[in-house]
Design a protein around this ligand. Structure first.
Ligand code: ADP
Length: 434
C-alpha cells in the first residue's frame, strides 16, 4: 500500500512538473521575446520615449495566448487584448497587485459570470472560446519590463490559459486517489484472506498444543492421586519415627506430589479456558455464605502464621455466576494474601454491592508488589521472587486463573500495592439479573 501511494505520488509529481513547467517555460520565452520585439518596434518608430503604438497587430503579432497587456510605468494599460474582455478589469487588478520578481510566474483562477455576459453577446463569445465550458479560467501570467534608451518605460504581461491542464490534473488526482483507495481495499481483502489461509496450520498447531497440555494435565491427575494416596497409606502402615530419614523423605515427597497435583489442576483449568471447553455454569446463589466458608477454611493457615483474618460482607449477597469458579477465585486471593504476609500481619476480605456491581477487596499488610510488576503478576508463570514463591508453593498460575475467572464474569481485577506495606486486590463483577 505504501509503495502504491508512493508510486502514485511520484508519477503525479513528475507529470505535474513536466507539463506545468513546460508551459511556464514556454510562457517565459514568449514574454521575453515579445518584450524585445516591442523594444525593437519602439526604436524603429523613433519615439520620444513614450509607449505609443500605431498598429497593435504589428506589435504583438504572434501572441496566441489568453491575453497580453502592455502597461506603462504608472500601471495604466497602453495596449492589450484578451480572449474574454469581461475579465480585463479582474486581470488588471491582479497584475497591479502583483509585485513580481524576475523568474516568478503568477498562477491565478478567474471566475466568469457566463450567463450575464452571454445574454447580450452570445455569438461572439462562443466563437472566441468554443472549448470553454467552465466558469473559471486558470491562467499563468508572466511579465517582462520594456526598456527604451536604457530606461524602463513599461511592462508587458502575457497570460496563458492552463484551465484544461489544470482540470486534467485535478481529475487525475481524484482518479489516482480513487484507484489507490480501491486497490488498498482489494489488497486488504486479499491479504486478510491470504493471512487467514496462512494462519490455518499455525492455528491448528496451536490448538493441537493446547489439546496436548489439556490431555497431559488430565492424564497426569490420576497417577498423581494414586501416588498421593499411596504415600498416605505408607505413612499410616509403616512404622516411622519422626526423625527418621525415610520419614522426612516421605513428607517431602508428599508435599511435592501435592504441589504437582495443584499445578496440574491449574494447568488443566487454563488449557481448558483457552480452548473454551470449560462450561460456564450460571446459577443464582448467596455469595456471602461461600465467602464465609472459604475464609473459615483458610483460617487455620492464617492462625499458624499469627495472621489476623477479617471478613466483612452484607448479610446476604445474592448474585448470578459460576459459584465454583468464584469460590476458586476467593481461595486464590485468600491464599496469596496469607502466603505473602509475614507472621503477625493482617488480612481482610470485604464484599459489598455498589450499583449493579459486586465489589471484592482483598487487603493484606504483606510484602507488597513493585509498581512495575503490577501488570505482570496476572500473567502465566509469573512470580515476582521466584525462589521465595517456590518455597511458598506457588507456580505463578493463581492470578492468571483469577483474572480469567473475573473476565469470564465480565468483571475486572486490579491491584494497588506498595512494596513492604501490603497489597489490595480490587475486583468488580457485574451482578446480572436473571
Ligand atoms: P503464585 O502461585 O506464585 O502465588 P500467583 O499468580 O497467585 O502465583 O501470583 C503471582 C505473583 O504475584 C506471586 O508470585 C507473588 O510474587 C505476587 N503476589 C500475588 N499476590 C500477592 C500478595 N497478596 N502480596 C504480594 N505479592 C503477591
Amino acid at each position: 500500500m505504501l509503495f502504491l501511494v508512493l508510486f502514485i505520488a511520484v508519477v503525479y509529481l513528475i507529470l505535474y512538473v513536466t507539463i506545468f513547467k513546460d508551459q511556464e517555460r514556454e510562457l517565459t520565452s514568449t514574454v521575453s521575446q515579445e518584450a524585445r520585439s516591442i523594444e525593437e518596434y519602439l526604436k524603429f518608430q523613433n519615439h520620444q520615449g513614450g509607449l505609443e503604438f500605431f498598429n497593435q497587430e504589428s506589435v504583438v503579432k504572434d501572441v496566441d495566448q489568453f491575453f497580453y497587456y502592455v502597461v506603462n510605468r504608472s500601471g495604466e494599460l497602453v495596449i492589450g487584448d484578451e480572449i474574454i474582455p469581461e475579465l480585463r478589469t479582474n486581470i488588471l487588478n491582479v497584475i497591479s497587485r502583483w509585485n513580481h520578481s524576475e523568474d516568478e510566474i503568477l498562477q491565478e483562477t478567474f471566475h466568469l459570470n457566463f450567463s450575464e455576459n452571454r445574454s447580450h453577446d452570445k455569438g461572439k463569445r462562443e466563437e472566441f472560446r468554443p472549448m470553454q465550458k467552465t466558469d473559471t479560467v486558470r491562467l499563468i501570467i508572466d511579465g517582462e519590463p520594456i526598456f527604451y534608451n536604457g530606461e524602463m518605460i513599461g511592462t508587458l504581461y502575457i497570460g496563458k490559459e492552463i484551465s484544461f491542464a489544470y482540470q486534467v490534473f485535478k481529475w487525475l488526482l481524484i482518479i489516482l486517489a480513487g484507484l489507490a483507495i480501491l486497490f488498498m481495499v482489494v489488497a486488504l481483502i486479499i491479504s486478510n484472506y491470504m493471512s487467514k489461509k496462512a494462519m490455518v496450520p499455525i492455528t491448528r498447531a496451536f490448538s493441537r498444543q493446547r489439546e496436548f497440555v489439556a490431555d497431559a494435565s488430565h492424564e497426569l491427575r490420576t497417577p498423581l492421586s494414586v501416588m498421593l494416596s499411596s504415600i498416605n497409606a505408607m505413612e499410616m502402615t509403616l512404622d516411622f519415627k519422626k526423625e527418621d530419614y525415610s520419614h522426612k523423605l516421605l513428607v517431602n515427597m508428599k508435599n511435592e506430589v501435592k504441589r504437582m497435583t495443584n499445578l496440574v489442576g491449574d494447568l488443566l483449568t487454563l488449557a481448558r479456558s483457552d480452548s473454551g471447553t470449560i462450561e460456564y455454569v450460571k446459577e443464582r446463589f448467596d455469595f456471602r455464605s461461600i465467602a464465609e466458608e472459604a475464609v473459615e477454611s483458610v483460617r487455620t493457615m492464617a492462625e499458624s502464621k499469627q495472621i489476623k483474618l477479617q471478613f466483612d460482607a452484607p448479610k446476604s449477597l445474592i448474585i448470578n455466576g459460576d459459584s465454583q469458579r468464584l469460590t476458586q477465585l476467593l481461595y486464590i486471593l485468600l491464599d496469596n494474601a496469607i502466603k505473602y504476609t509475614p507472621n503477625g500481619g493482617e488480612t481482610k476480605l470485604s464484599l459489598s454491592v455498589k450499583g449493579k456491581e459486586l465489589l471484592m477487596m482483598m487487603k493484606d499488610t504483606g510484602i507488597g508488589i513493585k509498581p512495575e510488576d503490577h501488570g505482570r503478576i496476572f500473567g502465566r508463570f509469573y512470580r515476582v521472587d521466584k525462589a521465595r514463591t517456590r518455597q511458598a508453593g506457588g507456580y505463578g498460575l493463581g492470578l492468571a486463573i483469577a483474572k480469567w475467572i473475573v473476565e469470564s464474569h465480565q468483571g475486572s481485577i486490579q491491584v494497588s500495592s506498595e512494596l513492604g506495606k501490603g497489597s489490595t486486590f480490587f475486583i468488580r463483577i457485574p451482578i446480572k439479573e436473571q
